[in-house]
Design a protein around this ligand. Sequence first.
Ligand code: K7E
Ligand code: CUA
Length: 662
Amino acid sequence: MKAAKKYWKGLVVVVAAMAMFAWACSSGNGTGSVGGSADEIIEERGLTDEDVAAAVSTYTPSGVLDEYVMFASGGHSGQVFVIGMPSMRLLKTIGVFTPEPWQGWGYGSVAQEEIFASGNAGGQDLAWADTHHPALSETEGDYDGEWLFINDKANARVATIDLRDFETKQFVKNPIALNDHGGTMVTPDTEWIIEGGQYAAPLGWEYAPLESYNDEYKGMVTLWKFDRESGRIDENASFALELPPYWQDLCDAGKLASDGWIVCNSFNTERATGVDPADPENTEPIEAGASANENDYLHVINLEKAAEVAANGGTTEVNGFPVVPLETSIDEGLLYFVPEPKSPHGADVTPDGEYIVVAGKLDPHVTIYSWDKILGAIEAGDLETDEYGVPIIPLDTAKEAQVELGLGPLHTQFDDQGYAYTSLFLDSAIARWKLGDWTLEGSIPVQYNIGHLAAAEGDTVSPDGKYVVALNKWSIDRFFHPGPLYPQNFQLIDVTNVDPDSDTNGMQLLYDMPIGMGEPHYAQIIKADKLEPWAVYPEVGWDPETQSVKADAPQAGNEGVVRDGNNVTVNMTAIRSHFAPERVEVNQGDHVTWNITNVDTSEDATHGFAMPGYNISLSLEPGETQTVEFDATQSGVFTYYCSEFCSALHLEMAGYFLVNSG
Ligand code: K7E
Ligand code: CUA
């Protein structure tokens, strides 16, 4: 603790000097400062040295850009949050599985309606999701900044987001399952996107009595093929593996040493369903039944070989989707199990691909499996099997080490100094431990009940270190609480320093960021300069669905209304501060196709197109074209207007849509 104090004293002197200097400069400019000098403010607000150091570590002056960008799951919002780091400023909420009015996401655009429809299941229109794990696309195991994927646990869907315009381009609905969990994770070149299952059910969710659980219910992992050319998941080149009815949990892709393989942890290998099939009178809560055994199974899957088997027709079909049967996986050597202690959670492959870290939820250890040893055991063969015939590699054969970290370990991330960081749900802390030495170095308390944690580039072959973010479920006393549903708490932690004399081993908490939208599970953090988003669309008349110019997009000069029988086509342009045309008249019952192009090309010159009465809300970014289609069923006078304050005469940017019943 002594050394830590000294360190902070030194830093604070520098920091205070910087602050004084900044204050002197700004007051010299006559801008002044609210509370007086930096020292006076520090004193008045009762800030400690550490507070001040933390404040200046994250303070980002106006106009200065963040070094990192975090993509956080939006949880039940079904969206993705884009957050600048270290400032922890929310930059955008990307509309994904849920309509998002500001972006006009899902409020009339024909192309977007098709995307939403493709994600529907069970005859239901879905407008919600439970997003868990975003995954950035990778090239050779490093984030490349091109694509982002995220799963919907509730409905077993995966979305594809294009990071040129930060817009959602695709949903795929898993045809064989209603829920998932181990997704999304990508292979090192983003050839495959992993979507592991969660709660076992008959594949395709057809009815089967719970008494038949052991035979009729199945687990699964789905491998979605990503096609970079088209920027879409190719559903026709994708497949799934049937698994025993254990509850598969979190997956990860092998890399470098383990490239070509994937791993998934699982729980409830007890197959508890709340009822004893042999004695239906005997009920037991699932939570008790599912944590009865000492071990569950880490699933080790040879993806490369599985893809070959699938491509060569080694599949059956469920709802038209190719599934490799469990027997085939066993015969072809695609699937192996390794025991994992006590209700595990998280399976994280180390940056070099040599080890897999599995946390023990109800066990204070993480277990580290050696990739070498796993391969050795597979090669040696002669393995016992589980009830379904899947070969089991003994824990002692595959185990490299176990490290006792604290209570409720969940997820692990990595840095550039050879440390691993594991979230401790029950202890509300992050533990730092050393790879290779397998030693706990220290832990830092977080507030409170941390789920995932995210490290800068922490899932890649070359993590950056510097920052770890704790993604906490509870905030309790950290913020003003707006009613009984509290914000969740993202906490930014500096992990640059290593100080063996401090309890936290030198890790320092920098910033609390309340997230008023939950429940975010996971996030990934990329160096901002790896992202190359467009400032405006490349050409006027751009269709974000195809990422190309739409041949018949309205352009300046060809606006107008064309009638063909009962079909009316409106070709409209939007420019500051004017829609052309400003008057559109149709007959009640006409079918209306309404094309709009924003012909503005300057940065940030977005126009909205809102038409109450017909439930239309679009956001037209510079150059963008959109089409809405509807039947003019309701007669009357409808004013359409621009819903983005785009110019001094923005309020004048409006027009009349007249539907004549005569
Ligand atoms: Cu631990 Cu869905 Cu990744 Cu939540 S899961 S925390
Ligand atoms: Cu365009 Cu306001």
